[in-house]
Design a protein around this ligand. Sequence first.
Ligand SMILES: NC(=O)c1ccc[n+]([C@@H]2O[C@H](COP(=O)([O-])OP(=O)(O)OC[C@H]3O[C@@H](n4cnc5c(N)ncnc54)[C@H](OP(=O)(O)O)[C@@H]3O)[C@@H](O)[C@H]2O)c1
Length: 262
Amino acid sequence: MSALPIAGSWVLVTGASSGLGRAAALCLADSYKAKPILVGRRMESLLDLQSEIEARFGIASEVVEADQNTEDGRARITAKVERLDAIAALLAAGVTSVGQFDANKISDYHRLIETNVLGFTDLLARLVSIFKRRRSRTAILAISSLGAETSLPYQAVYGASKAYTNTLIQALSVELKGTGVSVGAFLPGGIDTAMAAQSDLRWGRMGLMDADRCAALAVKALVSRRRVTVPGLANRLTYFASRTLPRHLVGRAAALPYRRPE
Ligand SMILES: NC(=O)c1ccc[n+]([C@@H]2O[C@H](COP(=O)([O-])OP(=O)(O)OC[C@H]3O[C@@H](n4cnc5c(N)ncnc54)[C@H](OP(=O)(O)O)[C@@H]3O)[C@@H](O)[C@H]2O)c1
């Protein structure tokens, strides 16, 4: 697929207040001269990022304080996308829950499923509907996880939510063929962000991908309109193993980085 010309255009970035989304917004402005629409709930972090983008790269950005879990939040995000004629979206907002499956509270699972599944689905549907009406080509990249393929013991519900993302994106990429809208899934392994710090990993930050490097590969995948991207050699080997080895072995290997809860 030919690359999307995003220089000077608006690109939606959810989860822009921290981690991968923040790094992706900086990369869009710096390397591609695209204008990011920065979305998250933490207004202060978004405004700091907006100032940094302006000061370092002289690129305009817009801030939308919105909760992906609310109808109003999703409506505000898509209203901004329509008004600014954005031509691409990188959907990085997400949450996890860590620990033994039956030790977590249902309220944690509720929040996770609302964010990673329900809120994400409605936002995606609204974006697809807007982008389909555009004459120009458009692209959407959903940040999923390698855990969607391997399963994720001790982050089981999170891994399942990302498996949902992968299946959904795969089906949509077929439905949208010929419309000018491309959708893709990005499947990183561990990234050195606040989310990974929450995960009580046995080897700490060792083996985690640098957030800036991961973001550069995600933005490249968005612009190249790739359907599935697994960033980094180690993650690609894991992905290959997950498709060839018996499922129970893959699941056991995926549990290794986690400290077993008492
Ligand atoms: N870190 C990893 O090891 C890893 C590995 C594979 C995939 N991923 C995926 O990468 C993406 C980015 O995660 P990260 O590692 O950068 O984690 P992070 O630093 O915790 O960032 C998560 C982002 O999601 C936003 N968010 C969460 N709930 C939201 C809600 N209800 N409404 C709007 N925004 C919401 C947060 O913004 P606010 O709090 O301001 O709302 C924050 O900007 C996620 O989809 C995650 O699943 C991460």
